[in-house]
Design a protein around this ligand. Sequence first.
Ligand code: PEP
Length: 254
Amino acid sequence: MNPDRRPLIAANWKMHKTLAEAISFVESIQRETGPCSDREVLIGPPFTALKAIRDNLKQQGYSLGAQNCHWEEKGAYTGEISPLMLKDLGCAYVIVGHSERRQLFGETDETVRLKTAAVIKAGMAPVVCVGEVLGEREGGKTFEVVGRQVEGALGGLSAEQMDGVVIAYEPVWAIGTGRTATPGQAQEVHAYIRARISSLFNKAVEKNVRILYGGSVKPSNIDALMAEPDIDGALVGGASLEVGSFKSLVQFNV
Ligand code: PEP
């Protein structure tokens, strides 16, 4: 963690929680942690709970985010939700290019790029997910794959548009598997992403961009991950669903 970049602990609830469960969670977590001034907490519920959570998020340091969006503002896209609608609901962030969307719903570097640009245009910050699958890691292709995904999503943006953009490095083999990248493995890829950002934009963007780690983050490994200089937070699936474990993550120590 670098003190210049405010750490971000982000919950990706995926397709979990009814309205009542979502409201109960946000009431409890805010009560348990109190205000967060030196770190930011992002709650990413399913679309159905966004409004209820917005109405119940009062604690300093808490933000609302969606898990996906379409890239168009409006139109004949049955079942889709636009960045404008999410902004209207009070979202500050939208997760784009999560590996589950790439693997299960056919997202490509091109659709991730369109979504990233649309989220920025609507005045929110994208959390752009990148990461290699196990075969790519074992084949020594991690940097090549992650570099292609970073460039695919962000290429064409200006340095000004990068203000607020968050990148999440999520090795696919570590998502929901209980198998976490070691802090050293994660740091190596984060440093690579940061260098790539420098060559795509400039030193100021390199220094300011927040890069989260995601993949089986839990209370027992967050402190070691956050101690790495290029890890600025965590994108958390499983351990974000229970108040007790998420509270421990929000209250990480370095
Ligand atoms: C995720 O889905 O973004 C994720 C990191 O999940 P988990 O924490 O369960 O590995």
